[in-house]
Each structure stands twice: as C-alpha cells, then as structure tokens.
Design a binder for this molecule. Structure first.
Ligand code: FAD
Ligand code: FES
Length: 260
C-alpha cells in the first residue's frame, strides 16, 4: 500500500452516469490485482472529508497507468467527474485482497451489476489474456446503462436488461440459469454489484454446487482496517462473527457471508 500523487490521463463517459478515468501509476508502487481497490482524497477542502473507495478496473504495465469506472452519485464523484486531464489525484493503493485464479479447466462466470463492473471487467481481461474463456454477464435496467466495451478475445460479454431493450431480457442470474450444463460443469462464479444480485449469484452457485466469490462494496470510513466501519456479518460456523470488507476483503468466498 502506498500513498501517491497521480496525474489524470483521461476521463470519458461510458454509459449514462458512468465515467471511466485513467491515471498514472508510480514505478515504485506494486502492481494492483483484480479485486483490489484504492481510495482517493477528492480535494484538500474539508468536504468531502473522507477518502472515497473505488475498485481498479484496469492496469497497464507498459504505460504505467490504471483505471477506475465510477458512477456519479454525490459530492465526491461529482467533483471527480469535473476534473480534467493533467490534474492531480491523491491515491492510496493497492488495498484489500483480490479474486482467486480458477483452475485451468474451469469456466469463469463473471457477474457484474452497476458499480460492480470495474473489478469484474479487470478480472475478465486478466483471465482472457491468460487463455481462459470467461463469460462476463452485465445486468442493468435498460440499454442506456450499457457501457461501450471492447470485446474479449477468448471469452464473451453478455448484456442483460430488465426491460429487454438490449441483449438478454431478464436479470443476469436469469441468464446464468439459461446456460447449458456443459458451461456449468466446471464453472466458477465471481460477482460484484448490488447486494440482491450478489445473494442471487451465491444461491445460484450453491444450487449448482459450484464455487463462488464475491467482491463486497460496503460504505467505508478509514479504508485500512482501523475503524470497523465496513463490517459484514459472517455465516454461522465461521471463526469470527464479522469481517472488515476493506482489510479482510473486499473479495470473499460467498459461502462465508451471512446473506439476509
Ligand atoms: C471497496 C469499494 C469499491 C468501490 N468501487 C467502486 C467503483 O469501482 N465504482 C463506483 O462507482 N463506486 C465504487 N464504490 C462506491 C463508491 O465508493 C461510492 O459511490 C462513492 O464513495 C460515493 O461518493 P460520493 O461522495 O459521490 O457520494 P456520497 O455523497 O458520499 O454518497 C451518495 C450516495 O452514494 C451511495 N454510496 C456511497 N458510498 C457507497 C458505497 N460504498 N456503496 C454503495 N453506495 C454508496 C449512498 O447511497 C449515498 O447516499 C466502491 C465502494 C467500495 C467500498
Ligand atoms: S473502513 Fe475502517 S475498518 Fe474498513
């Protein structure tokens, strides 16, 4: 983990209300892994006071750059979206743990919703490069929220919309349920997005008896394990009752989480 100043290299809108920001990554900072996150001190003024957490959505070794995909939600992300190329970010990263690589014969099923797209996209591209055939399923309300994404080389990206305006008509978990048994035989589910979607992905994995990991995105204060502000309750039988998303996660085996 390192606290560094980074230069914004580019910003663009990729879907309604969603931005992608690329920024410089220092030579002497460790390479971030898919699932890890960073926190940004938005500005020197007291508001917003707390650093804002975002998952890494890409890392480019040659260019020494990294990216995030974020939704403009409140004060912090509004300020972020108004920042221009060349402006400086105060970044603390890489934080948290990362997704586990599947076994060579496994098919990664990656499910993203809303702000969960960044880490899932990063992992899908890593798996694609490593020769896996990942299936990335992105679910959203309608086609205005579908981002413009370059295709995967070995895998595929499937969009699902609630209103059927593009892609599969239904939720991402409805789509998983339509996959044929050969694709599910050696599947490994990875998910990031709204809690209801994560719970449905977990239930799907349990019903098919396949492993599943989930990246949680609880509200955070310190982001480094000191305040207990980001705890999630763990399922019965775990050694501890709670885990800190920032320090023990954000990626967890979904079976250890208490899904209420
Ligand atoms: C580990 C982690 C990774 C994250 N990765 C991303 C990412 O890749 N892209 C992205 O867009 N966002 C991500 N988030 C959420 C992001 O941190 C919040 O959207 C951001 O802090 C909002 O800041 P703001 O000042 O604009 O909004 P605020 O004014 O602070 O809040 C506006 C509204 O946003 C919602 N909100 C704020 N924080 C969160 C949160 N952590 N989870 C869910 N809802 C929240 C609340 O409903 C709140 O009312 C991540 C959060 C965590 C903990
Ligand atoms: S945000 Fe402080 S412990 Fe996680």
């Amino acid at each position: 983990m390192k606290n560094f100043k980074s230069k914004i290299l580019s910003q663009k809108s990729i879907a309604l209300g969603y931005m992608e920001m690329k920024f410089s990554w220092p030579e002497d900072c460790e390479t971030p892994k898919a699932g890890q996150f960073l926190t940004i001190k938005i500005q020197e003024q007291p508001i917003p006071l707390l650093r804002r957490p975002f998952a890494l959505s890409a890392y480019n070794q040659e260019e020494k750059s990294a990216s995030i995909i974020y939704q403009v939600r409140g004060t912090g992300t509004e300020i972020l979206s108004s920042m221009k190329d060349g402006e400086t970010l105060d970044v603390l990263s890489p934080l948290g743990n990362s997704f586990t690589m599947p076994k060579k014969k496994e098919t990664p099923l990656l499910v993203a919703g809303g702000i969960g797209l960044g880490p899932i996209l990063y992992f899908a591209r890593e798996l694609d490069k490593a020769g896996y055939s990942p299936i990335l399923v992105f679910g959203c309300r309608d086609k205005s929220l579908i981002p413009d994404l370059p295709p995967l080389k070995n895998g595929r990206i499937q969009f699902c919309t609630d209103d059927g305006s593009e892609g599969f008509h239904g939720s991402s978990v409805d789509y998983l349920n339509c996959l044929d048994s050969s694709e599910l035989k050696n599947a490994y589910v990875y998910s990031c997005g709204p809690t209801g979607m994560l719970k449905a992905c977990h239930n799907f994995a349990v019903s098919k008896n396949i492993p599943s990991e989930t990246a949680m995105e609880e509200m955070m204060a310190c982001g480094v394990g000191a305040c207990m502000g980001c705890v999630v309750e763990l399922a019965e039988g775990q050694e501890k009752q709670y885990a800190r998303v920032c320090k023990d996660g954000p990626v967890f085996q979904s079976r250890i989480i208490k899904w209420t």
